[in-house]
Design a protein around this ligand. Sequence first.
Ligand code: CAA
Length: 258
Amino acid sequence: MPFIIKNIADNIATITINRPEALNAMNLEVVGELHQAVNEAIANPTVGAIILTGAGDKSFVAGADIKAMSQMTKAEALKFGRAGHGLLNAIENAPKPVIAAINGFALGGGTEISLACHIRIATDNAIFGQPEVKLGLIPGWGGTQRLIRLIGKGKAVEMIAGGGIIKADEALRIGLVNAVVSPAELMTKAREIATRIVGNGPQAVRIALDCIRSGQDRSLTDGLEYELEAFANLFETAEMQEGTRAFVEKRPPEFRKD
Ligand code: CAA
């Protein structure tokens, strides 16, 4: 996997997109390798959270590979778009939280990848944008759908139709990212959040993510019913027994054996 660096430590998988000479722009090969790495981290039972970042100190992902796209036919663009959708859906539907550690440019597909992640932490020099219209294109990896759900229609239309950039402080203000830190603090902050997550009941985290995600496609009434059933189901699990017993016995719970 030349374009991906993988590391697993303390139940946290860190996946680094490694094409710094092109600011981590994504061609079909990079998309395929990242998808495989995400799938492996999802399948690994010792992994409780995933951090996604970009190699180098300049860029998270500067978007889809424009040089590659400039040569694509419509059929090839459809294949490329579907590969991107497949990757981003895998991230969004992951049963363990995926944290985007955004170290610089997150443009086009870079913003879109971050949108599919569950939590976004950015460096203070991070730059977001959906500049596709400047190329005669539109966001093709979910930007027209996920951005509106996160920051609302007005800001999403401004970003997508205007094609301008959003700096880290503005991204924080409009809720595009959870936190902004210095480049030196980025991975520490991402690991701090991931560490808190992996200390919790993995099954509870998975079910909570499922309720949050599926609630987006349901009415409030249906979503509440779905949550209630999931909540009640957990009362029959060893994990819930351990968590509540540990509280009563005034000790930390032991959720993980690995
Ligand atoms: N695709 C291909 N190569 C890219 C790239 C991209 N998206 N972004 C950067 N690169 C390459 C550059 O071509 C350059 O390589 P060469 O020297 O071999 O030409 C190298 O990365 C460094 O880039 P720059 O010299 O341009 O660096 P800079 O610091 O001057 O500028 C930048 C940085 C503002 C991010 C600029 O590179 C840029 O504007 N990149 C394109 C950003 C963009 O438009 N992204 C959206 C792509 S469309 C998309 O993503 C569609 C979708 O929804 C899926």
